[in-house]
Design a protein around this ligand. Structure first.
Ligand code: UDX
Ligand code: UDX
Length: 468
């Protein structure tokens, strides 16, 4: 079996960074280089001040502190890292295509292809290439083609090793994964490559949790897992609307069905809508794959999960407008939370973006407070939509670093992320500084409605409805 001594990971993002940090911590005899084209990102990974790491994940700073400089390195020298590595992880982003064929649905694989070409150009010895990014099924064969036809005659083995970590719990998910999935070729060389990667994880993951499959099953399993999870959120969100109409309470319904062991209690929290870099992208990708095989019913079935999610986001903002007497023009609305969920500074596809866009279209003024998201990210998210000019976004929306300041003279508070600290605020103080009637729209079920009503707030909570 090939014993891996040097690893390179291309892409120092939310997946590549934490995954490599944990591998380096658990395998002190393996040299791990994480490379990225983005110089600012690499600089931040190398910052002495660990609070400046580009990815915020509870517990990550400690691991980076322990391994960095010992056997964990961050650099922009991609060629050197490829040249030295026995095993190369590809962890670059695969966003939904914004142009051409498959626009709005298919995954854009241009970065993956660039990586493959660069590996082919640089490699002088046999290497194992591991797909970490979520990819459409059969991407591995494209990578293999590029490597085999443009390389220097060296041999490549391609493995699929999808990442199942969720942001905000990435370190725990990596340390104690439910399973590790490795897909590879059934040839002798393929089996050897699988064993080599298995040997790395076996340093801390019990071997019965390391599952090996063929490459296509592994690629498709990642899309399937995310589609099933997103479907649960859209299913409970579909019920949230019915709850509000009928007087049922969605948390009670979720609890009642979650106790059924066949269903289980996780991923049943109704919300203003799921976000994150994976769910929407992966479902659209699945829809595109189904369509390309002419499976229109299958495509429509999964597409509806995304349709439901958009409905939930728009429903939330529409409700704010109608409750505030059908106009929010010139009114100040405070957002508590911008990240797509708590304990992360990632904002990709966050429900807050769509809700803000809708309210800004109604000429509302928005003040945002999020404990971990920086101002630049918030403006970048809005500018990316191209609905308004950059100047308009900056004049209509401001970012505050103090929640009490953000709520001052505001008509309504909208809770978009379930940060724990929101529960600990002095809500009486917030109420006192707001315009009356003071409204709160809880899109994440973090606040105790009864307590809020006692203070004087007019409340709405997803799946529970409004107070009288
Ligand atoms: C990853 C996966 O790639 C994605 O497919 C999966 O579904 C979610 O996780 P993530 O780590 O979250 O993406 O992405 P991101 O934080 O954007 O990191 C990707 C990094 O790759 C960026 O830092 C980017 O600069 C870098 N990159 C991209 C390169 O170094 N080279 C490239 O050619 C392209
Ligand atoms: C997801 C998958 O869970 C992970 O396995 C995969 O590798 C990457 O994609 P992530 O996007 O980090 O991880 O977050 P996740 O915890 O799955 O949440 C996704 C979205 O769904 C968030 O916006 C979250 O707030 C929302 N959600 C989740 C709900 O609204 N209700 C729930 O009950 C659970």
């Amino acid at each position: 079996m090939t014993k891996i001594k040097t690893i390179c990971c291309i892409g120092a993002g939310y997946v590549g960074g934490p995954t490599m940090a944990v591998i380096a911590q658990k395998c002190p005899d393996i040299n791990v280089s994480v490379v990225d084209l983005n110089e600012a990102r690499i600089k931040a990974w190398n910052d002495d001040d660990l609070s400046k790491l580009p990815v915020f994940e509870p517990g990550l700073d400690k691991i980076v502190e322990e391994a960095r400089g010992r056997n964990l390195f961050f650099s922009t020298d991609v060629d050197k890292a490829i040249d030295q590595a026995d095993m190369i992880f590809i962890s670059v982003n695969t966003p939904t295509k914004t142009y051409g064929k498959g626009k709005g649905m298919a995954a854009d694989l241009k970065y993956i292809e660039l990586c493959a070409r660069q590996i082919a150009k640089v490699a002088k010895e046999d290497k194992i290439v591991v797909e970490k990014s979520t990819l459409p099924v059969r991407t591995a064969s494209a990578i293999k083609n590029i490597l085999d036809h443009t390389g220097n005659g060296v041999k490549f083995q391609i493995l699929s090793n999808p990442e199942f970590l969720a942001e905000g719990t990435a370190v725990q998910d990596l340390l104690k994964p439910d399973r590790v999935l490795i897909g590879g070729d059934s040839s002798e060389e393929g089996k050897n490559a699988i064993q080599a990667l298995k040997g790395i994880y076996a340093n801390w993951v019990p071997t019965e949790k390391i599952l090996t499959t063929n490459v296509w099953s592994s690629e498709l399993s990642k899309l399937t897992a995310n589609a099933f999870l997103a479907q649960r959120v859209s299913s409970i969100n579909a019920m949230s609307v019915i709850c509000e109409k009928t007087g049922a309470d969605v948390s009670e319904v979720a609890k009642a069905i979650g106790l059924d062991s066949r269903i289980g209690s996780k991923f049943l929290k109704s919300s203003v809508g799921f976000g994150g870099s994976c769910f929407q992208k992966d479902i659209l990708n699945l829809v595109y794959i189904a369509k390309s095989y002419g499976l229109n019913e299958v495509a429509d079935y999964w597409k509806q999960v995304v349709v439901m999610n958009n409905y939930q986001k728009n429903r939330f903002s529409n409700n704010i407008v109608s409750t505030l007497y059908n106009t929010v023009s010139g009114k100040k609305i405070t957002f508590f939370g911008w990240a797509f969920k708590k304990d992360t500074n990632d904002t990709r596809e966050s429900a807050a973006i769509q809700v803000a866009d809708n309210l800004l279209n109604e000429q509302a003024n928005i003040e945002v407070y999020d404990p971990k998201v920086v101002e630049e990210s918030i403006y970048a998210d809005l500018d990316y939509l191209n609905t308004r000019t950059e100047e308009e976004n900056r004049s209509l929306l401001t970012v505050k670093t103090d929640p009490y300041e953000a709520a001052r003279d505001s008509h309504a508070i909208a809770v978009l992320t379930e940060w724990d600290e929101f529960k600990t605020y002095d809500w009486q103080k917030i109420y006192n500084h707001m315009l009356k009637p003071a409204f709160v729209f809880d899109g994440r079920d973090v606040l105790d409605i009864n307590e809020m009503e006692k203070i004087g707030f007019v409340c709405y909570s997803i799946g529970k409805g409004s107070s009288k």
